[in-house]
Design a protein around this ligand. Sequence first.
Ligand code: ATP
Length: 356
Amino acid sequence: MATVSLENLGFTYPGADSPTLSKLNLNIPDGEAHALLGASGAGKTTLLNILSGLLTPSSGALRFDDKDVSLQSGRLRNVAQVFQFPVLYESLSVADNLAFPLRTRKAPSGMIRERLDYICSELDITDLQSLKPAALSLFQKQLIAVGKALMRPDVSLVLLDEPLTAVEPRTKWRLRQTLRRVQADLKVTMIYVTHDQTEALTFADRVSVLTAGGILQTGTPEEVYNSPEHEFVGHFVGSPGMNFLPAKALGIDDAERAGFRPEWAVLGTASSPISSSPANSSAMGQLTGQVLRIRVQGAQAGKPFGLLTLATDHGQVAVRGEFPDAPVSIGDSLNMQLTRCITFTNQRKVSDIELV
Ligand SMILES: Nc1ncnc2c1ncn2[C@@H]1O[C@H](COP(=O)(O)OP(=O)(O)OP(=O)(O)O)[C@@H](O)[C@H]1O
């Protein structure tokens, strides 16, 4: 396994006017599960192809441990890849598919057998060894593709390119959990490329959010969700994403805009205002809005909770949590007190403010 470092790495496609990737800096420690999260066109596939050796960086360096591998072939780098759709030899049994990467490297048969047993037991696929791919479900095929990527004990890095795309929706979470468990057991450096925030946040130790060829933030899932460094991260991560309003609308003067997660607000009505909040004495973090949409997501101790969309004088906002005591209907006027917000200027984070 290896530590993977990008140093001011850039890439421009031949003939293109502008770079697809520019000045990427990232250090992924040995054994980390890392996710590259970005929307379509952010440059994920381009970066993946640089990591696997299909493309050569136009500037900067890619290092595995201390070695600059920018010009080295993928085969010499010992990188294994799992694609969106499982790539298996249909004429070979599962065991022969798994053994293939070691046989082509002329590994001793005893070592191959031992590794096969280990990987099959890790992935719980021992019973499938004699079957041909045609007899397997897509889920099982992708498990075998993962096994194939893990067979070489000296693999430096495993790249996962949207690996859940092809599997049936109800088995996605199982495959994701299996990947996570195997990654932790084998302590292999894995880079998981996806546009799906749930996959990224539930799989990775750390996530890098990529947009327009640049990394906006790298952090743990908790840091990326709770403390976005850039408005795009707050907006892109979360479902729904962060709300943004002019900071002055919330009584905050030192920044252009303020962002808050839907669950960082407490709601009250005109007849039952929010009284528990000490910040109520000032207008800081307070807003009023009309209920536009109601989505009840459950109830706790007889009280409904869910997602409300409110129209305020400064734009629509989504608020998640317990509903106010009085019944809530479309068109009602509610007041809210933010418990926390993050302020931004030029889309960059300025400060994190606890309001209650
Ligand atoms: N072969 C190419 N030649 C020129 N430009 C390209 C080429 N491949 C990709 N691009 C451009 O590079 C940018 C990033 O593309 P890339 O495929 O890396 O993004 P992505 O994040 O993987 O998107 P997707 O999830 O849609 O695959 C896009 O603007 C794309 O048009």
